[in-house]
Design a protein around this ligand. Structure first.
Ligand SMILES: NC(=O)c1ccc[n+]([C@@H]2O[C@H](COP(=O)([O-])OP(=O)(O)OC[C@H]3O[C@@H](n4cnc5c(N)ncnc54)[C@H](OP(=O)(O)O)[C@@H]3O)[C@@H](O)[C@H]2O)c1
Length: 380
């Protein structure tokens, strides 16, 4: 369902800074059956969600971080010198979007203040210093925000080509999961082909991708999930060890399998102690989510005895370029994962697609915990 709507006489955003001004009172147009498409771009050149239609471009806008999702209209994006503009075909929905909407995950400084961390589409404009991309190229891209939009401007270094046998809509399911898995499982934790990877939340967007990549590169993969149906899907994707965490102790099962060399964890505090127990000697725990809280006690003795390590990373807050940047992550992902996608050994796993105007329903689907793989928004 579309967000609540209210009529307003307010006009275009006046802000010219990096962040869309946060207005106290969300401004929305009343849905009208025959009005124009309700898309627009914010002051930082990303285009915005969503909701009902509106009758006049430039007279409505959405408030990022508000619980209400609403359409906004803003100026078309111009690419900065090192940016491209993408005409969006689909946008990925991420758990971070749900948090941002509730005001719990503000965008990093300088990032656009609207939802959407990844898109697929066609390049429609090039900045003066952009090389290697052309108008019309079919691509997907990692964003710091603003992907729920008709158009978005993005640094060219965050753009990836659409893999050969992947349709353009499904390509929107790739940037976040591929960059997260490549940067954490490979660049940070250095999973090797003879090793066991434990993926918590095997049926998640991240999990369904991690299983495929690790399996394709020769590793054994163990997963946790809540239901037999989810575990069965993980098995189809290449998982070797299936753990129903609602009835089995993953520590016991993993220990019986020799211990995990690498654990890709989304639970944070709730699983910290058990994750350390499940690591084998020399194991690497990489924490990428905090679904089970942020604070826990770490038994340093247990860590030292195993010569183990714990890392934590985020994608969104990385700088665009330089050490540890999104540019580096995207380059790593292109090197590690894109050949697997081009060869058909890894596929985007799409749970469901929703029109942009149904972003509320897309969020509800992800929030339900029933999705297997990615939820997408489409623009057509
Ligand atoms: N740090 C980063 O750079 C980064 C980047 C992207 C995503 N993330 C994080 O990675 C996580 C997954 O992202 P996503 O987009 O793939 O989310 P998602 O598709 O919404 O998946 C969330 C998963 O959590 C699982 N889960 C819930 N409780 C669990 C438990 N006790 N044990 C094991 N699994 C449990 C759910 O599976 P069940 O139904 O089986 O419980 C579900 O599959 C999120 O926390 C997200 O914020 C981090």
């Amino acid at each position: 369902m579309v967000s609540q709507t209210r009529s307003s006489s307010s006009d275009k955003p006046s802000g010219t800074g990096n962040v869309l001004p946060c207005l106290p009172d969300p401004i929305v147009c009343a849905p009208e059956p025959d009005c124009r498409q309700p898309y627009a771009v914010d002051p930082l050149r990303s285009l915005i969600p969503m909701g009902g239609a509106c009758d006049s471009i430039g007279r409505v806008r959405a408030i990022a971080g508000s619980d209400q999702l609403s359409v906004v209209t803003l100026p078309d994006p111009d690419p900065g010198p090192t940016e491209v503009v993408i005409d969006v075909v689909a946008a990925g929905v991420n758990r971070a979007d749900l948090l941002q909407r509730r005001g719990l995950y503000p965008p990093p400084p300088g990032a656009v203040d609207t939802l959407g961390l990844e898109v697929s589409g066609r390049i429609s404009a090039l900045g003066a210093h952009v090389a290697g991309w052309s108008i019309g190229d079919e691509v997907c891209a990692l964003l710091a925000g603003g992907g729920y939009a008709e158009k978005v401007a993005v640094p060219a270094v965050q753009v990836l080509p659409k893999p050969a046998d992947v349709d353009l809509v499904s390509a929107a399911a790739l940037p976040e999961v591929a960059c997260t898995v490549a940067s954490n499982v490979y660049d940070t934790a250095h999973l090797e082909s003879h090793e066991l990877l434990l993926v918590h939340g095997g049926s998640s967007g991240i999990g369904t991708h991690a299983i495929q990549v690790a399996h394709a590169l020769g590793s054994r993969v163990a997963v946790t999930a809540r239901t037999p149906a989810k575990l069965a899907r993980c098995r189809e994707l290449g998982a070797d060890v299936l753990i129903n965490y609602s009835k089995d102790d993953f520590v016991e099962v993993i220990r019986e399998s020799g211990g995990a060399a690498v654990i890709l964890d989304i639970m944070g505090a709730a699983y910290l102690e058990r994750n350390i127990k499940a690591l084998r000697t020399g194991g690497r725990l990489v924490v990428i989510g905090m679904q089970g809280g942020v604070k826990a006690e770490l038994n340093i003795g247990a860590l030292m005895a195993k010569r183990a390590s714990v890392s934590g990373t985020t994608l969104r807050s990385r700088p665009v370029e330089g050490a540890g940047s999104k540019a580096e992550v995207v380059a790593t992902t292109r090197r590690i994962t894109w050949p697997l996608l081009d060869a058909g050994k890894v596929r985007p796993i799409v749970d469901s697609t929703f029109p942009l105007a149904d972003a509320d329903a897309a969020h509800a689907r992800l929030d339900s915990g029933d999705a297997i793989g990615k939820v997408l928004l489409t623009l057509d």
